[in-house]
Design a protein around this ligand. Structure first.
Ligand code: FDA
Length: 397
């Protein structure tokens, strides 16, 4: 029998942070994971460089059934606290864009920092450990039956993350445990995920595969202006991933391919100047020519490409503005958990303390990280949530 003050299931971002914090407070901590390695998502994130936080973090960057839930932890363990931690270890990092901080070298450098912090706290890390059963012990606390024997603990932390990338070890374990102890689990969907199309729209995206265009995408009252990338299955790139957090099946998404440009006025000006250049050439200051040509062909407006600007009617200007600035698309679906960065939804936060992450249903049980119904934007927000919730919980268990 292994006796611990605290057992944490899931050695990902939140579990490692929680283990290090609790261990350094003098708690006897075991961190269990069924995978062969810890922190796999840290290693694969940000193209191997891990976008570990963002200079600009607030509750507005998160989705949840209770939008206030994340505020307490995010204010008690901020991006500046995490930056101070990595700077203490001399991690080289840089801001890529929009406040997003990445390792200069490899995500492994960041994982090593978390492992060093766990080491300082004397945390026992056990990989290859399957959890078969979790029960409340008659004397209080919990008893776990695992492939590596039995564990007993006073506090049990569930940090098993979401459902994305099952090949990396993602499971629904955390949701099952939550239900076992009387918690509600909200609807879950693959999020921060590329969209797929069928039929003619698929043919269009395939013909443009590899082309990236800065665009403003809007859905459900939310907008993002970032690059949108055409793929062989549909659309991806930061703009598509961001808006996928807000998209539900059947919703349509509006795309403005010329954000900030007053296209009708610009076209009228070109008409007035009797510009000789073709529309494709004129628009190529804003958009790739290949995109403009394919786009107009797809929308049966090919003749506008040849028509001298001086001959344009207002009706032509309206038609072009509509297809370039108010394009409505209805994706067939998404690529799903196979490629999604996160799971939207999760354990309902109503029955979890936002300060300690303790279950309000079962004393001694805690939930942290992505397994909860808190989903961040693309840009380091999900890791910051993992660090913040892990730290606050680690100070309590
Ligand atoms: P996480 O998924 O990290 O850890 C859960 C752990 O639990 C895993 O080690 C898993 O093996 C273990 N586990 C699961 N089931 C178990 C079971 N039944 N028994 C035992 N152990 C079990 N975010 C960000 O902010 N910046 C970024 O750059 C990226 N990039 C990115 C790229 C890709 C490809 C993905 C898939 C995701 C991202 N993310 C991201 C999201 C980020 O990785 C994610 O939100 C955090 O890792 C969540 O941390 P958690 O600790 O909650 O779960």
């Amino acid at each position: 029998m292994n006796h611990y003050d605290c057992v944490i299931i899931g050695a990902g971002a939140a579990g490692l942070m929680c283990a290090a914090t609790a261990g350094q407070r003098g708690r006897k901590v075991a961190l269990l994971d069924h995978a062969n390695k810890v922190g796999k998502k840290i290693l694969m994130s940000g193209g191997g460089r891990c976008n570990f936080t963002n200079y600009d973090i607030s509750a507005e960057n998160y989705l949840s059934g209770n939008p206030h839930f994340c505020k307490s932890a995010l204010s008690r363990y901020t991006q500046w606290d995490f930056i101070a931690l990595v700077e203490k270890y001399g991690l080289a990092y840089h801001e890529k864009t929009l406040g997003q901080l990445f390792c200069d070298n490899k995500a492994r450098d960041l994982l090593n920092i978390l492992l060093a912090e766990c080491d300082k706290g004397g945390v026992d890390i056990r990989t290859h450990t399957e959890i078969f059963q979790v029960e409340q012990a008659p004397t209080g606390g919990f008893s776990l039956t695992t492939s590596a024997g039995r564990y007993e603990c006073q506090s049990l932390v569930i940090a098993t993350g979401g459902l994305s990338i099952p090949t990396m070890g993602a499971t629904g374990f955390g949701y099952d445990i939550a239900k076992q102890f009387g918690h509600t689990v909200t609807r879950r969907d693959a999020a921060l995920v590329p969209f797929t199309f069928k039929g003619p729209w698929l043919a269009l995206t395939q013909s443009l595969a590899g082309v990236a265009v800065p665009a403003q995408v809007s859905c459900a009252g939310q907008s993002f202006a970032e690059a949108l990338l055409f793929t062989h299955k549909g659309i991806s790139g930061p703009a598509a991933l961001q808006i996928s957090n807000y998209w539900y099946p059947e919703d349509s998404i509006t795309v403005d391919w010329l954000p900030g440009v007053d296209l009708p006025n610009q076209l009228k000006q070109w008409r007035q100047n009797a510009e000789k250049a073709s529309l494709g050439t004129l628009l190529s200051t804003y958009l790739p020519k290949r995109f403009v040509v394919q786009w107009l062909e797809f929308h049966d407006e090919k003749e506008l490409l040849q028509k001298p600007l001086a001959d344009w009617r207002n009706r032509d200007i309206d038609a072009l503005s509509d297809i370039l600035q108010m394009w409505q698309m209805r994706p067939t679906g998404t690529e799903g958990y196979r490629t999604a960065e996160v799971t939207r939804g999760g354990i309902d936060t109503d029955d979890v303390s936002s300060k300690t992450f303790a279950s309000q249903k079962t004393p001694g049980l805690y939930f942290i990280g992505e397994v909860l119904d808190v989903t961040g934007w693309l840009g380091g927000y999900n890791f910051q949530w993992a660090w913040a919730s892990g730290y606050c919980c680690g100070n309590h268990v």
